[in-house]
Write a protein that binds this ligand. Structure first.
Ligand code: SAH
Length: 358
């Protein structure tokens, strides 16, 4: 019902009407409405946009992901056909770098069919432009994972995609129950948080009264569906995002506009709204599928990012190399993205291991 709003004002009015008619809404509904409007209207990724992502920081990122994908393909016996799916490709930079980095791997491009899962038509147009010079084959765009029905092995990748999927928040009461954190609206307060009764049972130890615990059935269902595809077709999946490896209490809902954090109600529909990924929950929901987690720093270094930047030194101008070094530092340094960002991989049982994980 929120899709297709023409302006941020219309989005706000739609949410207010929804709250007035049916009562406060869950954080998941709020996120879904704000995020879908944001990407439909303000595809603002990159230095001049609201936030910057790893592929936009450095080509090194996409190159390493490309090597990882090609390595999986080799582990799969160089399957003659393989369906590569990227979830939430943004400006198309990651896929462009993946394809550029792997173009000399004999037989890999010939085996590939490329699918992009992207809800926003504005983003699709950017992806088309980014890929037109690097990929001469067909590209298939889909709106939802249910449309992806390859009858061949699959490789699935997504950077900062899961964080855009909605999550719910629950708060522990002094008598040990969980109440859902919801969003209401009034003339005096505007949008504001409140609590409503909930029957949810969360199996969370070490959570004190007043603390918030976030759960995302949408993210878990999405990962489960990807793992089902990987299991049934053979193949592997890789998702990179910020978050924590062990499930724990804490509020992580955030809004970012012009590279600065702002209140989640401040620029409705005009700020990027996300939350941290609970990778522990994702691992738990993939019982029976081989899965692995590590930090972005460890993953990129195991894939050889240090060698790659070394090799680029002789092929770039000193100015270009300074840029590459800056990007490298930002991606791998523990005080920047190296530690906060995690990499989550899973694969079919015919894989002995996945490169890049400890
Ligand atoms: N992977 C890119 C962009 C991340 S931003 C990068 O690293 O730069 C999130 C991307 O996911 C955007 O392209 C957005 O339009 C898309 N997206 C967000 N929610 C989606 C959904 N529910 N279904 C499909 N695409 C979605």
């Amino acid at each position: 019902m929120f899709f297709g709003c023409e302006s941020a004002m219309q989005l706000k009015d739609t949410l207010i009407r929804q709250i007035q008619n049916h009562g406060p809404i869950g954080v998941d509904r709020f996120m879904e409405a704000a995020v879908s409007y944001y990407y439909a209207k303000n595809p603002a990724i990159g230095a001049e946009g609201d936030f910057i992502t790893s592929p936009e920081i450095s080509q090194l990122f996409g190159e390493m992901i490309g090597i990882w994908l090609a390595d999986c393909w080799i582990k799969m016996g160089q399957s003659p056909s393989i369906a590569l799916l990227e979830c939430g490709p943004g400006r198309g930079t990651l896929m462009a770098d993946i394809l550029r980095a792997t173009r000399h791997i004999s037989g890999f491009h010939q085996a590939l069919s490329v699918t992009l899962l992207e809800a926003s038509s504005a983003m699709r147009e950017r992806q088309r432009q980014a890929l037109e010079t690097v990929w001469l084959g067909d590209i298939c765009w889909i709106d939802s994972l249910a449309e992806f029905v390859p009858e061949i092995p699959v490789l699935i990748v997504g950077n900062e995609f899961l964080d855009a999927l909605p999550m719910r928040q629950y708060q522990k009461t002094t008598d040990g129950r969980w109440m859902e954190r919801v969003i209401g609206w009034s003339e005096e307060q505007g949008f504001h948080f409140g609590l409503r009764d909930s029957v949810v049972e969360l199996n969370v130890s070490a959570c004190m009264a007043g603390q918030i615990f976030e759960v995302s059935p949408q993210r878990e269902n999405f990962i489960r569906s990807c793992a089902d595809l990987v299991t049934s077709q053979g193949g592997a999946g890789l998702f990179i995002d910020y978050g924590h490896l062990r499930s724990s209490a804490g509020e992580t809902l955030q809004a970012v506009k012009d590279h600065k954090k702002c209140g989640v109600f401040d620029f409705l529909g005009e700020a990027d709204i996300t939350s941290h990924i609970d990778f522990g929950a994702l691992v738990d929901c993939l019982q029976g599928t081989k899965s692995f987690t590590t930090s972005q720093s460890v993953f990129l270094q195991r894939l050889g990012i240090t060698h790659r930047i070394g090799a680029l030194k002789t092929k770039t101008t000193p100015e270009q190399f300074i840029q590459l070094e800056r990007g490298f530092e930002r991606l791998v340094s523990d005080t920047q993205m190296g530690k906060l960002f995690k990499v989550f991989g899973f694969c079919s049982n015919d894989f002995d291991s996945l490169t890049g994980f400890e």
